[in-house]
Design a protein. Structure first.
Length: 508
């Protein structure tokens, strides 16, 4: 077995979805639609929504697609949690003992613009402050997404994943169009989408993406209602061909985590595959004839003295070139060229994701990365119980007002910066932790500390978990259970040792 196959098999065995197989993974992604019908009616033609609530037993192309709940169990990926989401962001940020592979980048956006304000405080702090986190090539650091991308290859050839995490009432990026076909898989929370018809540039290439790099979107795009306006719930999928202008934002009551499964169709267009095939044949000719420069007269202005002479030479060369095209460009030649490109992309993807996971699995649970205080917070999950770290901890009002900042990546202690909408809820939570200094609170129950009359909506499960993790990383909070092995604080606490060890094994 090749090295690539070994890595692929190892990765496919991790975090397997509860049902189905690689053969019907794409069918489960687009259920209840059938595979044949999708490619005949929607692929590269029109955007479309696939609702998880509409999936029932049976269906063409999907075998026996299971009935599913809002937890996305009908899709070809195991249900994820907000703790999983933050673990993925933490790895992409570079807090783990193993650096993320090249190409995996954590980008932070606030007010629909990219910002570097959270490079040292990390993704949890960014989300608490109302920023959105985007991970390019998230499959490199998160095995369930890597496995999902690989399972899509049987139908989509090569798929990569960008991941978007957005807090309530936020929007990561302005309206834009992409140079790739995408399948938006809603993982957790919900998101409001608008997709506009009549792409300003049909099937654009990378330098033709409107809404990006200063390339404006024509007003006529927004002059008519969107062809799709919907809110995606967990397990829902939105397909968009390349070129369709779209925008997405979080409703005010919940955060969102979605995975964008991207198919780089701009790189497999007829023109690119054909041109690269004939270019390869021209450059491979033993005489190196086609490597020579064209006649210089071809570059002169129309009507010049050299034009007629150059034209006669070029006409003769074109006839020769057409003969070469007829001899070398064939279905097998086009297939060979495309397959070579795909194999390179697929191998690089397997190598990046497998090597990262392999090296990370070799690290002891206590091994510290470049941001050890943040890396340890992967043990802070929704069911964790936390409490105020010490008598000398920062007062609750200073904490929630956000009067401190980290002094370096994973270093320094200070206040927790939260956006205004979360301030009261965070304040009441910290005050309750002060009152219950000994026993603390379970993270999933933070919202219960917020009295009636105070808006709990923005203080959702993701915000509660971010508050706990940032508090622990800053030394303001500590985990009640398993403090001894986790290294969060003193050796005094020994509660939940077996549970902690099981958690460590699962994480590493």
């Amino acid at each position: 077995m090749s090295q690539q196959a070994c890595h692929g098999e190892s990765l496919r065995g991790a975090a397997a979805p509860p049902c189905g197989s690689e053969e019907d993974a794409f069918a489960r992604l687009i259920a209840p639609a059938g595979v044949k019908e999708f490619f005949e009616e929607s692929w590269q033609r029109a955007p479309r929504v696939f609702r998880a609530a509409d999936v029932s037993v049976g269906g063409e192309g999907g075998g026996s697609a299971p009935s599913c709940s809002r937890e996305a169990s009908c899709r070809p990926i195991a249900p994820q949690t907000w703790a999983d989401c933050l673990d993925m962001l933490t790895r992409a940020w570079g807090a783990a003992p193993v650096p993320p592979p090249d190409g995996c980048d954590l980008l932070v956006f606030k007010g629909r613009q990219m910002t570097h304000a959270y490079e040292w405080s990390g993704p949890c702090a960014a989300l608490l402050d109302g920023a959105s986190c985007v991970v390019n090539h998230a499959e490199f650091v998160w095995p369930p997404l890597a496995r999902l991308c690989m399972e899509m290859r049987s139908k989509l050839l090569h798929v990569y994943c960008n991941s978007y995490v957005t807090p309530p009432a936020a929007q990561a990026v302005p309206p834009h169009a992409d140079d790739r076909d995408v399948f938006i898989l809603q993982m957790l929370g919900c998101k409001h989408w608008r997709v506009f018809g009549n792409p300003p540039i049909k099937l654009p290439y990378t330098d033709e993406q409107v809404g990006k790099n200063g390339f404006p979107i024509p007003d006529r795009v927004f002059a008519v209602p969107p062809v799709i306006e919907c809110v995606l719930q967990p397990g829902d999928v939105l397909y968009m061909p390349r070129g369709f202008v779209h925008e997405a934002c979080c409703p005010g009551q919940t955060s969102s985590w979605h995975a964008t499964l991207a198919v780089a169709t701009h790189d497999w267009s007829w023109s690119k595959v054909f041109a690269s095939t004939i270019a390869e044949a021209m450059d491979a000719e033993s005489s190196a004839h086609w490597r020579a420069a064209v006649p210089l007269g071809l570059g002169t202005s129309v009507g010049s003295q050299d034009e007629a002479e150059a034209d006669s030479v070029v006409e003769a060369e074109l006839e020769r070139l057409m003969d070469l095209v007829r001899q070398t460009v064939s279905v097998p030649a086009l297939r060979k060229r495309l397959v070579a490109k795909l194999e390179s992309h697929n191998w690089n993807q397997v190598e990046a994701s497998s090597s990262f996971q392999r090296e990370l699995s070799r690290c002891p649970p206590q091994e510290e990365g470049p941001a050890p205080l943040h890396w340890r917070t992967r043990f802070v999950r929704e069911d964790a119980r936390v409490r105020i770290a010490s008598e000398e901890s920062t007062e609750a009002d200073s904490l929630s007002a956000g009067k401190g900042k980290c002094k370096g990546k994973g270093k320094g202690k200070g206040g927790i910066i939260v956006r205004e909408e979360l301030r009261e809820a965070a304040l009441f939570t910290m005050e309750e932790l002060q009152r219950r200094r000994d026993e603390g609170l379970v993270v999933a129950e933070f919202a219960k500390a917020v009295p009636d009359g105070v808006d709990r909506m923005p203080f959702d499960k993701l915000a509660q978990l971010c508050l706990a993790r940032v508090g622990v990383a800053a030394g303001l909070l500590q985990v009640v259970e398993a403090e001894e092995e986790s290294g969060f604080c003193s050796d005094s606490a020994r509660v939940g040792r077996e549970k902690y060890r099981a958690r460590v094994t699962a994480c590493c």
